[in-house]
Design a protein around this ligand. Structure first.
Ligand SMILES: Nc1ncnc2c1ncn2[C@@H]1O[C@H](COP(=O)(O)OP(=O)(O)OP(=O)(O)O)[C@@H](O)[C@H]1O
Ligand SMILES: [Mg+2]
Length: 258
C-alpha cells in the first residue's frame, strides 16, 4: 500500500510535465501520423525456406530491418540473393517460415488474407519485377483498378494524370501486350502510385528502361518521395537509384551483409 501513497504524487507530477507546453510540442512532432522516426516497416528475424523432397533451401535468414517514414532505401545484391522474396514478405504477399513483419505498427501475419489485402490497399504500392499487369485491361484500366476497388469516383481523372506523368498519355487504350517492356514497367509504376501510397515497394523499377527513360522515372519516384513523403524501398541494380537513397541494404545469400 505504501507504494501507492508514493506513486500518486509521482503520477500527478508526471502528468503535469506531460501537459507542459514544451512536451505538448514534442508530442505533436513525434507522435503524429507524419512521424519521421516511427518505423513504417519493421521486419524481425524474418526467415524463409522452402522444402523440396530431401533438401531445405534457405532463401532468407534472420532478416532484421527497420525503415522509418520518409526514408528511401535500396536493397541490392546478386541475382538469387533473396531481394524479391524479401520485398514480397515485407508487403505480406508471401508468408515467412518464421519471423514477423509490422507495417505501420500492424503485425501483418496475424491478419487474415483479407485483412492484409485491405492494409496493403490503404498503405502501399507494389511494383513487381514482372509487372503483373492484367492482360484484359488497357493501360488506363490497369491503373484505375486499385481506385475502382475502393470505389473512388475520380479514378479516371487520377489515373489519366499519373499516366501522363510517366509519359504514356498516348498509350491509354493500349493493352499490355501492345506495350513495350519499358512501357509496361511505367504502367506498373503508375498503378502503384495511383492510390497515393505512404509506402512504395518496387522491384527493379528501372530494370527494363533505357538510361533516359530510367532517369525520368527515378526523378519521378524521388520527386514523389519529397512531395508526398512516400517511403521508398527499392530493389535495384541501378547505381543512380541507390546513390539517391538514404540507405542501402545488401543481401548476400539470403542474409543482410556488408
Ligand atoms: N518458391 C520457391 N521455391 C524454390 N526456390 C525459390 C522460390 N522462390 C525463390 N526461390 C529461390 O530463392 C532464391 C532467391 O530468389 P529471389 O527471386 O528472391 O532472388 P533475387 O535476389 O530477387 O534475384 P534477381 O536479382 O535475379 O531478381 C533464388 O535462388 C530462387 O531460385
Ligand atoms: Mg528479383
Amino acid at each position: 500500500m505504501g507504494d501507492i501513497v508514493v506513486s500518486m504524487p509521482l503520477l500527478a507530477i508526471l502528468e503535469e510535465i506531460l501537459n507542459n507546453k514544451i512536451f505538448k510540442v514534442i508530442r505533436k512532432v513525434f507522435m503524429t501520423d507524419n512521424l519521421i522516426i516511427k518505423p513504417i516497416v519493421q521486419a524481425i528475424s524474418l526467415t524463409k525456406y522452402v522444402r523440396s523432397s530431401e533438401t531445405v533451401l534457405t532463401i532468407l535468414q534472420d532478416i532484421n530491418l527497420e525503415v522509418n517514414k520518409g526514408e528511401a532505401i535500396s536493397i541490392v545484391g546478386a541475382s538469387g540473393s533473396g531481394k524479391s522474396t524479401l520485398l514480397g514478405l515485407l508487403a505480406g504477399l508471401d508468408t515467412p517460415s518464421s519471423g514477423k513483419v509490422y507495417l505501420n505498427g500492424e503485425d501483418i501475419f496475424s491478419l487474415s488474407e483479407d485483412g492484409r489485402a485491405e492494409l496493403r490497399g490503404h498503405l502501399l504500392g507494389f511494383v513487381f519485377q514482372s509487372f503483373q499487369l492484367l492482360p484484359v485491361f488497357t493501360a488506363l484500366e490497369n491503373i484505375m483498378l486499385p481506385l475502382d476497388l475502393v470505389g473512388d469516383s475520380n479514378a479516371h481523372q487520377i489515373a489519366l494524370e499519373i499516366l501522363e506523368r510517366v509519359g504514356l498519355k498516348e498509350r491509354i487504350n493500349h493493352y499490355p501486350k501492345q506495350l513495350s517492356g519499358g512501357e509496361q514497367q511505367r504502367v506498373a509504376i503508375a498503378r502503384a502510385y495511383v492510390t497515393n501510397p505512404k509506402l512504395l515497394l518496387a522491384d527493379e523499377p528501372t530494370g527494363n528502361l533505357d538510361l533516359s527513360t530510367g532517369n525520368q522515372i527515378v526523378d519521378l519516384i524521388f520527386e514523389l518521395n519529397r512531395e508526398r513523403g512516400t517511403t521508398l524501398i527499392l530493389v535495384t541494380h541501378d547505381k543512380n537509384i541507390s546513390s539517391r537513397c538514404t540507405r542501402q541494404i545488401r543481401l548476400n545469400g539470403g542474409r543482410i551483409g556488408e
